[in-house]
Design a protein around this ligand. Sequence first.
Ligand code: ARG
Length: 251
Amino acid sequence: MTILGFASPAVAAPPPPTQNTQIIGGTQASQGEFPWMTRLSMGCGGALYTRQIVLTAAHCVDRTGADSSITATLGVVDLQSSSAKKVRSTYVYRSPAYDTTGGDWALVKLASPVSDIPTLPIATTAASNSGMFTIAGWGAAAEDGAQQRYLQKAEVPFVSDATCQSQGGDYTGLVPEAEICAGNVDDGGVDACQGDSGGPMFRRDEAGQWLQVGITSWGDGCARAHAPGVYTEVSTFASDIAAAAGRMTTT
Ligand code: ARG
């Protein structure tokens, strides 16, 4: 999670050496706060979608097919905790449309179902594609920064497709149906970053339950002004995701 800070303007004295400067906008998640958060060993995030399937980003995986190369770590904020559940993958499904019409999502089937970990439901309509979102991950805490040991979380506001596209550069190519933007457009400062990809963007639904609306996909750098984070628009792909997960149950 990039929670980029800024150098303070001229100050009288340097901060004491123990002070952690320049981290703003995000904080460490508490144990159990986002129980479905999953770390994938290729350096991505994910969310537990069924007891045995993790939803992540297509760009985090190579191809559809049998794959035992990924280790999923679940059930912990601290990746080095001795109570972490570690489960191998058996199969990967990569959205076949990703390379053409977009849709940065993939499913990772685990070797065995995990117990005692709630799943994160996905948005099936656009009703929750606005407002404030929560993002979380173990990715870099600054552009080009190190991956994190402890799960980080932050809140980012919805950005409309028109505003997102008008930022220019890569944003001009935004696919409105397939992608949803979020971040502080004018100021930056809070964002996902490298290693957060595949992790969920989520909010509370009308009933107060967590609902996944996005999958961390890309951005121009991290937390820069006029460069919001871009997320897979989960509601657009909800039926494809459910169908693929249903087929995977028997693979
Ligand atoms: N593609 C990155 C990854 O693989 C995630 C980038 C998200 N960037 C952003 N500025 N929101 O981890």
